[in-house]
Design a binder for this molecule. Structure first.
Ligand SMILES: NC(=O)c1ccc[n+]([C@@H]2O[C@H](COP(=O)([O-])OP(=O)(O)OC[C@H]3O[C@@H](n4cnc5c(N)ncnc54)[C@H](O)[C@@H]3O)[C@@H](O)[C@H]2O)c1
Length: 362
């Protein structure tokens, strides 16, 4: 999925960022193709900012909004994101990529802001906790300030983690009165900034980080590398994963709705960790065996989103079957492994989230 069939890559020798001669510029113009982009009249075309747009979810959102015909500006400091995720748009007249840290103020004119910039997986947000805090507080304040200044609507990518774990199946209204994000959102709303809040549940797909210690990435990597698939405890804990294109459709529907309270976006189809391991092993056709390790103390028994609100108010629900999503992700991982092997780099799956030296399934 990283280089779809319609995309003809410009040879490195003709890098658009380098100054080019008349002939090579002409050649670039003739050879560089972009994904098909809809034409939108000026009235319907929006100027959209995606913070964290070079990351896993952000880059898929960029693809959708670009293909829908909007003007997209991606702002990213490339902490966990990378240019490769959006390079197929570089040079397109509707696309702009800015290397910028959201902790610093940003002055641009936009109609909508998808605020996704934040390290998402445990090893990444624990790498520099102070910086993570700054990104999530100062960065969010900066984006809210920008939204207020230019009259843009802002969608905040929040996480299902706010619901906590310990066997609960999260309910959409559980935290509405209790967490700080909502207090912020409410007061900002009263200040005249339109805010949308997406509570994002576990998501997987191409361009996800290969060694971030999450269940899907760990199992795929282990299966592809012929290593044991490590299951903590009996594997009877359940998890529910949505494919990234479903999430992206949900984010766009939410942004364009009039719902100002948080909305859960996730796939409610639950599977046990053991089922995930078996399914991935069989899809990869791997010789790996499943290895059971001691149970982790703080591993939630159940994680399943309640998406009734999204269904009722947005008419949204996930449509990509788990097996189809897994196959696409496996394909992406094998290509990445091939690419990295050619560059003499073999990533190792990390133990799941470490807390007091104990792993758990994310
Ligand atoms: N993927 C999931 O399952 C999931 C679940 C819940 C919530 N979310 C939220 O969705 C958003 C995107 O997650 P993702 O999985 O795509 O993660 P990701 O790490 O792939 O993307 C985050 C992007 O933000 C950028 N970034 C980080 N700090 C920044 C800063 N200070 N300034 C500018 N850019 C910065 C990173 O470089 C990266 O490109 C995050 O806010 C995350 O908390 C994701």
């Amino acid at each position: 999925e990283r280089f779809p069939s319609w995309f003809v890559k410009v040879p490195a020798a003709m890098d658009t960022s380098a100054s080019c001669t008349f002939t090579s510029c002409l050649l670039i113009g003739l050879t560089q193709k972009y994904p098909p982009v809809k034409f939108l009249s000026e009235k319907d075309r929006k100027r959209i900012l995606i913070t964290g747009g070079a990351g896993f979810v952000g880059s898929h959102l960029t693809d959708k909004l670009m293909m829908d015909g909007h003007e997209v500006t991606v702002v990213d400091n490339f902490f966990t994101g990378r240019k490769r995720n959006v390079e197929h748009w570089i040079g397109h007249e509707n696309f702009e990529l800015i290397n910028h840290d959201v902790v610093e103020p940003l002055y641009i004119e936009v109609d909508q802001i998808y605020h996704l910039a934040s390290p998402a997986s445990p090893p990444n947000y624990m790498y520099n906790p102070i910086k993570t805090l700054k990104t999530n507080t100062i960065g969010t304040l900066n984006m809210l300030g920008l939204a207020k200044r230019v009259g843009a609507r802002l969608l905040l990518a929040s996480t299902s983690e706010v619901y906590g774990g310990k066997g609960r199946a999260p309910h959409p209204v559980l935290c509405e009165d209790s967490n700080k994000v909502n207090v912020t959102v409410r007061s900002v709303f009263q200040e005249g900034v339109e805010v949308r809040v997406a509570r994002i549940f576990n998501t997987f797909g191409s361009r996800m980080h290969m060694n971030d210690g999450r269940v899907v990435s760990n199992f795929i990597l282990q299966a592809l590398q012929g290593e044991p698939l490590t299951v903590y405890g009996t594997g009877s804990q359940t998890r529910a994963f949505q494919y990234v294109s479903d999430l992206v459709n949900g984010l766009v529907a939410l942004m364009n709705s009039n719902i100002s309270s948080p909305v859960n976006l996730g796939n409610p189809e639950e599977h046990t960790i053991l089922e995930f391991a078996q399914m991935i092993k069989s899809l990869v056709v791997s010789r790996s065996h499943i290895q059971f390790l001691p149970e982790a103390q703080d591993d939630p028994q159940r994680r399943r989103p309640d998406i009734r609100k999204a269904k009722m108010l947005l008419g949204w629900e996930p449509v990509v079957p788990l097996e189809e999503g897994l196959n696409k992700t496996i394909q992406y991982f094998s290509k990445e492994l091939e690419h990295q092997a050619n560059n003499q780099y073999i990533p190792k799956p990390k133990a799941a989230r470490m807390k007091k030296s104990r792993p758990r399934h994310n």
